[in-house]
Design a binder for this molecule. Structure first.
Ligand SMILES: *[C@@H]1O[C@H](CO)[C@@H](O)[C@H](O)[C@H]1NC(C)=O
Ligand SMILES: *[C@@H]1O[C@H](CO)[C@@H](O)[C@H](O)[C@H]1NC(C)=O
Ligand SMILES: *[C@@H]1O[C@H](CO)[C@@H](O)[C@H](O)[C@H]1NC(C)=O
Ligand SMILES: *[C@@H]1O[C@H](CO)[C@@H](O)[C@H](O)[C@H]1NC(C)=O
Ligand SMILES: *[C@@H]1O[C@H](CO)[C@@H](O)[C@H](O)[C@H]1NC(C)=O
Ligand SMILES: *[C@@H]1O[C@H](CO)[C@@H](O)[C@H](O)[C@H]1NC(C)=O
Ligand SMILES: *[C@@H]1O[C@H](CO)[C@@H](O)[C@H](O)[C@H]1NC(C)=O
Ligand SMILES: *[C@@H]1O[C@H](CO)[C@@H](O)[C@H](O)[C@H]1NC(C)=O
Length: 563
């Protein structure tokens, strides 16, 4: 017998004695369009009590594409959107039918977990385009129990459409969506606990605080989210935080941001009401959390072996940089989102600033479940436990991408459903001495923000003469360009360790190393630029300039020649 076989036999023995699997369980709670930067979690006492106090908050967690469907597909596959090529909410570039077309129905998280011995359950929204016409054509795979919110009722808070275990769908007039999802989640939790010989994954995806969205007739109409009646009276004097980037006196510097006019008072009032509706709608999510924790508390040995995650698919803005309510931008409000995890080995009441993203979540679950990582993962495990933190070497960048238009929500005041020219590539780099955001738009506008000193992204440093972290801006931008170029089409290991691709000798591990002046001519003169020839609505490679970076060659080291 090999040691590994002995170990397997031993753990099977433990399971036989305790009647429980030794693999951990997962409960994954994901809200829809929840912000971090508009302080929504300050209004959620249950998130504070059961996640912030009982677990670790990864404050620098990002979605890699700020739109529901692409973000969820990336999350469920561990792959960047440029590799799933599910980049929109609807055809031709996105939606459930694209997920099927790309073959993920047989190759994504719940299927992998079932193969590894898990029972899997899901309730709430899966992704856009999962509808009364598509839910059975074909069925989504991988779930032992499911009760999905589907279109056209996904976003109708008091008249949702749902399909349970692939049965004919039903409309639920008068029932509150989040309450239905909460009750279903607890029911699945009971099933999961009863089937004690297998570990479980339970996904819970309520719709709050997404706008109430009427999808037919087209174009979709966006109204403020509808809270449960019992929460309508709350927060009546609360307004959107008046941060320095809230409806500022000067417009932004890239693409359509340059042309958005300042909001007037009636628009600000409208937005403040929208904001209150979001906070009210999240109170039902708090109650959902309470009912899950209550049920786990009745089963301490299950709670003890369960990781719980709280996050959102993407962020949200209302009024920052003068924007109407919405997501899909690369600004911090849209991409830096809540991410809390608690469970065995995870520090309580702790905050981490190690950068992480939704593409890292599946690799993290694999790691915690003792499953070997797949080579096609574009992310890597987040060091969530103290054991993982002790040998953390997670990389310092997060790659963020977007293709398509900006959908205006709350169109009441803007007379316009969308803004064009919202295709862009962004990289966030968060090291010990720097915190940077660099973006290239399909209009070929560039942005560079020093997120340490300018967290509201008001001063675009690109093409200025100053320095950042002691580095001349043009030299810094040249490295960020090289990094972004490497990430834009990366796969697997290259996405995780992009500097290895640029510097195969392995001596450059991060931005700081790449700033060595011996690489100046490589990055300033020999590297391709990230460029676009048009604002395509999807990943059309012919519009995206150079696809691969130039790799470093020693002969460009003018300094070694000089000395
Ligand atoms: C869940 O589904 C998997 C895969 O089909 C199956 O092996 C397992 O027995 C199911 N679990 C239960 C409790 O039915
Ligand atoms: C609920 O939604 C269904 C399907 O969209 C619709 O036919 C029905 O009229 C709605 N009911 C109410 C009370 O709005
Ligand atoms: C709202 O009202 C409450 C109670 O009157 C008060 O404590 C709170 O400071 C007010 N909040 C704001 C944002 O004005
Ligand atoms: C604000 O702008 C909207 C749209 O142009 C207009 O309908 C509204 O009357 C304006 N409100 C104020 C207070 O100026
Ligand atoms: C939970 O796990 C810890 C460490 O593994 C153990 O000491 C404790 O007794 C367990 N508690 C319960 C209720 O199972
Ligand atoms: C979109 O970008 C193109 C190319 O830069 C530009 O010509 C056009 O004016 C932009 N449109 C809007 C509405 O910003
Ligand atoms: C940068 O410096 C150069 C040379 O000192 C000067 O000509 C140029 O105007 C400056 N540019 C900006 C944007 O300040
Ligand atoms: C992504 O999908 C779209 C729509 O099917 C297609 O036009 C495009 O070529 C694809 N891009 C890549 C890189 O595969």
């Amino acid at each position: 017998m090999t040691p590994r076989q002995a170990l397997l036999l031993l753990s099977a023995g433990i399971a036989a004695v305790t009647g429980r699997s030794t693999k951990p369980n997962f409960i994954f709670i994901m809200t829809d369009d929840q912000d971090l930067h508009l302080n929504s979690i300050d209004y959620q006492q249950s998130v504070q009590k059961h996640f912030a106090q009982e677990g670790t908050w990864f404050k620098k967690h990002f979605c890699t594409v700020s739109l529901c469907c692409p973000s969820r597909v990336s999350l469920l596959t561990g792959k960047a959107a440029h590799n799933t090529n599910v980049t929109d909410v609807a055809a031709p570039y996105g939606g459930y039918p694209r997920f099927i077309e790309e073959g993920f129905n047989n190759d994504y998280l719940p299927v992998w977990l079932q193969d590894a011995g898990y029972n899997t359950y899901y309730t709430g929204k899966m992704m856009n385009g999962h509808s009364i016409t598509t839910y059975d054509n074909p069925r989504i795979n991988g779930w032992n129990g499911s009760d999905f919110l589907i279109d056209p009722g996904t976003y109708i808070f008091y008249n949702s459409t749902m399909t349970r275990n692939h049965e004919p769908y039903r409309n639920l007039p008068g029932e509150y969506s989040t309450d239905v999802v909460a009750a279903t989640a607890v029911g699945f939790l009971d099933d999961a606990i009863a089937a004690s010989d297998r570990p479980f994954f339970l996904g819970v995806a309520p719709i709050a605080p997404h706008s109430e969205t009427i999808t037919t007739p087209k174009p979709a109409r966006f109204e403020p989210p509808v809270p449960a009646k019992r929460h309508e009276h709350l927060f009546s004097n609360v307004t959107i935080p008046r941060t320095p980037n809230f409806n500022p006196d000067t417009p932004g510097t890239a693409s359509y941001f340059k042309t958005i006019r300042q909001l007037n008072q009636s628009e600000i009032d409208y937005n403040d009401n929208w904001y209150r509706r979001r906070l009210q709608s999240l109170q039902s999510v708090d109650e959902l959390i309470d009912s899950i924790i209550d049920r786990l508390s009745d089963n301490p040995e299950v709670l003890n072996n369960t990781y719980l995650i709280y996050t959102s698919d993407n962020g949200y803005h209302i009024g920052q940089h003068r924007l109407p309510p919405g997501k899909s931008c690369g600004i911090e409000e849209d991409v830096n989102i809540p991410f809390f995890i608690r469970g065995p080995g995870i520090a309580k009441n702790a905050i981490q600033t190690i950068p992480s993203s939704h593409t890292d979540i599946v690799p993290t679950l694999f790691h915690l479940a003792g499953m070997p990582l797949r080579e096609d993962f574009d992310g890597e495990p987040i060091p969530v436990t103290s054991e993982m933190l002790a040998c953390n070497d997670k990389s310092e960048h997060v790659n963020i991408e977007f293709w398509g238009d900006y959908l205006v929500e709350g169109s009441a005041f803007f007379g316009q459903n969308s803004f064009p020219n919202n295709t862009y590539k962004t990289v966030r780099v968060i090291g010990e001495q720097y915190d940077l955001a660099y973006a290239v738009w399909c209009t070929n506008d560039h942005e560079l923000y020093d997120m340490t000193n300018d967290p509201y992204q008001l001063t675009n440093l690109y093409n200025t003469n100053g320095t950042l972290n002691g580095w001349p801006i043009n030299k810094l931008a040249s490295r960020l360009n090289g990094l972004l170029l490497t990430l834009k089409r990366c796969k697997g290991r290259v996405c995780i360790r992009p500097w290895e691709k640029l510097h195969p000798e392995g001596d450059v591990k991060n931005l700081k190393d790449a700033m060595d002046e011996k690489y100046d001519s490589f990055y300033l003169q020999h590297q391709h630029q990230v460029t676009f020839s048009e604002c395509a609505l999807g990943q059309v490679l012919s519009a995206e300039g150079a696809l691969e970076p130039v790799v470093w060659q020693n002969e460009w080291d003018e300094w070694s020649w000089a000395t």
